[in-house]
Ligand binder design. Structure first.
Ligand SMILES: [Zn+2]
Length: 417
């Protein structure tokens, strides 16, 4: 259980911190928060002075901005592994779904996530939970767009010709924060590829992207397989989600155009880790392994080429638990070879600045939106799994025992085997 406090003025003393861009190592530092904003960061431990003045002080080894989960489905429980129960749940009441979404928000908070993007929900739970989520801010895409009869029924509405597309974008744009497009199907794990043509061609997709921009919405696009990736790049979308079966040419074009990539390792990784759940045979498991290995290589290549890499887990998918899955994505970025500063940027300043929301840097004048960890992830990446306090404006949520996961280990998903 977490302890929630509300404080007008407080201070945090830390050994080291990551400000959203850079790692600061010559502490201790005292960070002062007043009325929800950071009013001072000084290179000294002022806790005695603060305590004498009656100001509450928290001591920690490491401080960093609150994390961003760039791709999740808040109405779905990723921990529900039974396919029949998952299907039946799609007929649950709105209140029941909202209860699940509340638990998912709590799980995000416990993992240090303070900003979540919901990537599509036909039931409107994402819009509803956005209104009540407290220390965790939700960006909601509402309904996504898909072609009639194609993949995405649980999260997308069907659109046919351009008039229908235009009407749908206008309608969704009234209350969505971002526009989600289902461009391709999902991966056929048995065949080890993405089946079927993209749902929209490059010209139609460009029409959607242009219209969305006019309405002030970024487009993030569910897309795997080369045909879809080529269309997404040609249309100049803002972000490619999943992006399995990537290649170097697509990555170069993404880097040139500043298109972000949210590689969502988690749902495919889970299929590989627990093949018995879906009943995958040896051939399918080999496909999964090959797909994951290629994904690691392409993420490393993306980092080299300067593609903006953003962390998102697709939480809510089978086996992908809200909160902890985002940290698993950060582990995957580490294992792909990204330096820790780049790993942390992918879930803090980078998505926040791209989306034009509060940067939430650890700097004077910024909103107080930060987390403390039991130790520095620059010493050991496993500390990312041990969030101890989440400070959001004047609200402080403490997790006294930390959230102890099984320690992340590269063996969990041995790279290149
Ligand atoms: Zn998704």
């Amino acid at each position: 259980m977490n302890i929630v406090q509300s404080m007008d003025k407080y201070a945090v003393v830390t050994d080291t911190y990551f400000d959203g861009e850079k790692h600061h190592t010559s502490g201790p530092y005292t960070v002062v928060v007043e009325k929800g904003s950071i009013t001072g960061i000084v290179k000294c431990d002022f806790s005695d002075d603060m305590i004498k003045k009656g100001i509450s002080v928290k001591k920690t080894k490491f401080l960093m901005p609150g994390l961003v989960e760039a791709h999740s489905h808040l109405f779905l429980d990723g921990g529900q592994l039974d396919f029949t129960a998952r299907n039946e749940y799609l007929n649950a009441s709105g209140e029941e779904m909202l209860t699940v979404a509340r638990a998912n928000i709590a799980a995000n908070l416990a993992a240090g996530v303070t900003l979540v993007v919901d990537a599509g929900d036909r039931y409107g739970v994402n819009h509803d939970i956005r209104l009540e989520s407290g220390s965790v801010t939700v960006r909601s895409a509402g309904w996504a767009l898909r072609r009639p009869g194609r993949y995405g029924s649980f999260m997308a509405r069907e659109v046919g010709n351009r008039d229908e597309i235009a009407a749908a974008v206008r309608e969704i744009g009234k209350d969505a924060d971002d526009l989600k497009v289902i461009l391709t199907g999902i991966i056929d794990f048995k065949a080890g590829l993405v089946k079927g043509e993209p749902q929209f061609d490059a010209e139609e997709l460009r029409f959607i992207v242009t219209m969305a921009r006019e309405l002030g919405l970024r487009t993030f696009v569910h897309c795997s397989g080369l045909a879809g990736l080529a269309a997404a790049v040609a249309a100049g979308v803002d972000s490619i989600e999943h992006g399995f079966f990537m290649n170097r040419d697509i990555l170069k074009a993404m880097a040139d155009q500043g298109i972000a990539w949210v590689p969502t390792f988690s749902p495919v990784y889970f299929q590989w880790q627990r093949p018995e759940i879906a009943g995958w045979d040896v051939t399918t498991v080999a496909h999964l392994r090959r797909i994951i290995d290629a994904h690691f290589e392409h993420v490393a290549m993306a980092a080299d080429l300067g593609v903006p890499l953003v962390a998102g887990s697709d939480a809510g998918s089978n086996g992908v638990r809200h909160g902890e899955a985002l940290i698993d994505e950060l582990d995957c970025f580490s294992w792909a070879g990204l330096p820790m500063e780049a790993v942390l940027r992918s879930a803090t300043s980078l998505p926040r600045t791209r989306w034009g929301v509060d940067a939430a840097m650890l700097a004077v004048g910024q909103v107080a939106d930060f987390i403390t960890l039991a130790g520095s992830p620059f010493d050991d990446a496993r500390y990312l799994h041990q969030v101890t306090v989440v400070c959001n404006r004047s609200t402080i949520s403490s997790f006294p025992r930390g959230r102890m996961d099984e320690p992340a280990s590269q063996n969990k998903i041995a790279v290149g085997q």
